[in-house]
Design a protein around this ligand. Structure first.
Ligand code: IMP
Ligand code: MG
Length: 173
């Protein structure tokens, strides 16, 4: 396995600075709950919330998908739900990467049922090739077409989350 750098720490920092300014502008004087989708988004989230000039409420969710025997697709469940209420607040989901779009579409559907004012999505990486569900990413860090991405919170078998840059994982021939 080889790692090929695609976005370095300086580029990531600049991008987050811009995202933070945009989000701060859009949610100025509006109650915002920023929800980190564990585990992958934790590094991005920590940098993003520190780039904001507004004071969002902070919360975390974790989802897991398990294969069920009757369908090939598998189901998504919360393994950790939010702890604060989103009722009448604006919610910003912060994800590491949108791939098929299944998990984030599940999450926004569940949160919508709790009566928020709005639900928006911020994703560090929008990976487009395998998209199955039409998803609107309101705030995008980087767009990549395909491949397996690690670093800056993203893992392969729980490794590489600590890398300060973003890499493509290249399998051995
Ligand atoms: P989904 O296919 O959009 O539901 O993505 C589900 C989750 O799979 C993402 O939130 C990531 O945690 C993980 N994932 C998808 N693509 C990658 C990748 O390239 N590297 C690391 N994790 C990924
Ligand atoms: Mg994720």
């Amino acid at each position: 396995m080889k790692l090929e750098k695609i976005f370095g720490p300086d580029l990531i920092r600049n991008k987050i600075h811009r995202l933070g300014a945009q989000i701060s502008r859009d949610f100025k004087d509006r109650p915002l709950v920023a929800v980190c989708v564990l585990k992958g988004a934790f590094v991005f989230y920590a940098d993003l919330i520190r780039s904001l000039s507004i004071e969002p409420e902070i919360d975390f969710v974790r989802m897991s998908s398990y294969a069920d025997n009757t369908t090939s697709t598998g189901k998504i469940v919360f393994s950790k739900d939010m702890e604060i209420s989103v009722k009448d607040k604006n919610v910003l989901i912060v994800e590491d990467i949108v791939d098929t779009g299944r998990s984030v579409s599940y999450l926004s559907r569940v949160l919508e049922e709790r009566g928020p004012k709005s639900v928006s999505l911020c994703a560090l990486i929008d990976k487009q090739e395998r998209r199955e569900v039409l998803i609107r990413v309101d705030y995008t860090g980087f767009v990549v077409q395909k491949g397996f991405i690690v670093g800056y919170g993203l893992d392969y078998a729980e490794k590489y989350r600590n890398l300060p840059g973003i890499f493509q994982l290249i399998p051995d021939e």
